[in-house]
Design a protein around this ligand. Sequence first.
Ligand code: FAD
Length: 387
Amino acid sequence: MDLSCTEDEEDFRHRLRAWLAAVLPTLPPRPDPADWPGRRAYDCGWQRMLHDAGYAGLHWPEEAGGQGATPTQHLIFLEETERAGAPYVGANFVGLLHAGPTIAAEGTAAQRARWLPPILRGDEVWCQGFSEPEAGSDLAALRTRAVREGDTYVVSGSKIWTSHAEVADWCELLVRTAPVNQDTPKHRGISWLALPMDAPGVTVRPLRTLAGTAEFAEVFLDEVRVPVSHRVGAENDGWRVTMVTLSFERGTAFVGEVVACRRVLESLARTAKTNGRWDDPVLRRRLGRLAADCAALWRLTQWNVSEAQRTGGVPGVGGSVFKLRFSQVRQELYDAAAEVLGPDALDAEHEWVTGRLSSLSYTIAAGTTQIQRNIVAERILGLPKGR
Ligand SMILES: Cc1cc2nc3c(=O)[nH]c(=O)nc-3n(C[C@H](O)[C@H](O)[C@H](O)COP(=O)(O)OP(=O)(O)OC[C@H]3O[C@@H](n4cnc5c(N)ncnc54)[C@H](O)[C@@H]3O)c2cc1C
């Protein structure tokens, strides 16, 4: 892996830096975290600005409407936007980082033409309807069923922990299209559908998180009619398509947040130096270890992004190593933040306190740490299955 920048890549960095310096002062104030419609408008407005300036879908292939940028350009983009304090992907997380890439990789030409441009322009927001009660880690146990009636599926069931469901236009939905029996193991009877969230029979009930906001929701599906043409991949072959989605989600979706980890660590050290905590040798050692962890994570990120590109754009199972370490380092970082803050860690409004509360979810969302360890053990190290 060559980590040095070419002249073109350095030129890209300078153009991007100049563009950010010009446009960021023109942005409206950030909305309140609890104001989901406001957040959607803000995130989509930013996405539209990126689109119009030629920075949308930087890491997407050109045939999917992306920019076909090099892995290094992708990482430069993330570094520079973070350095400049630009908005993060927000409500467009699912569409840009895993539903869109899945459609680009697995969809038909008509599906790519219908769904990808509005994602890139920030016109349509997606959510992910995978988890169900009793079907989280054991995702193939899902029970939401889709019964085919001619060219329509009639979908009934429920989903849970659906992030951004309240403001989403579309949902990447997993449904059972074949009953489980001896001939059809549970992961063989699943299909991947694009569900319009405004279809009759869809009910969204928000759930409040530890951080106080309703980031995700329960979604109830009561005889919702979805055209068969909205199925991505073959009927009953949705598990394979799901693995593509999860490999994007675990392999590359959180890459931008690794850059944020490095920024948080730098500001922790700065704050410790000004509030006296830096005199504590145990804390200094802890921050030093975190600096080494962040550096290692950044190298892993570079490897992961360039490996995904080298192997045709879909990240491999190595994404589980990245997801495992990223979610752990992020939690350790915010634990250290609480120590640097001392009594101020009780201030619920402080950016690091909300960061700490949300960091707790990172070892669960997109597959728990235990599940990532199982994947690494079985599929990378070739160890025997635990059960
Ligand atoms: C902030 C957040 C956002 C989320 N957003 C979405 C979303 O948008 N869409 C969506 O579909 N889902 C979403 N999820 C759900 C998430 O994917 C699931 O919570 C996760 O997959 C775990 O499933 P579960 O909650 O059912 O836990 P369970 O599967 O019940 O697991 C409970 C515990 O048992 C452990 N465990 C289970 N099986 C094994 C095993 N075989 N070996 C070892 N340990 C095991 C798990 O690691 C975990 O510690 C989100 C979750 C969070 C926290």
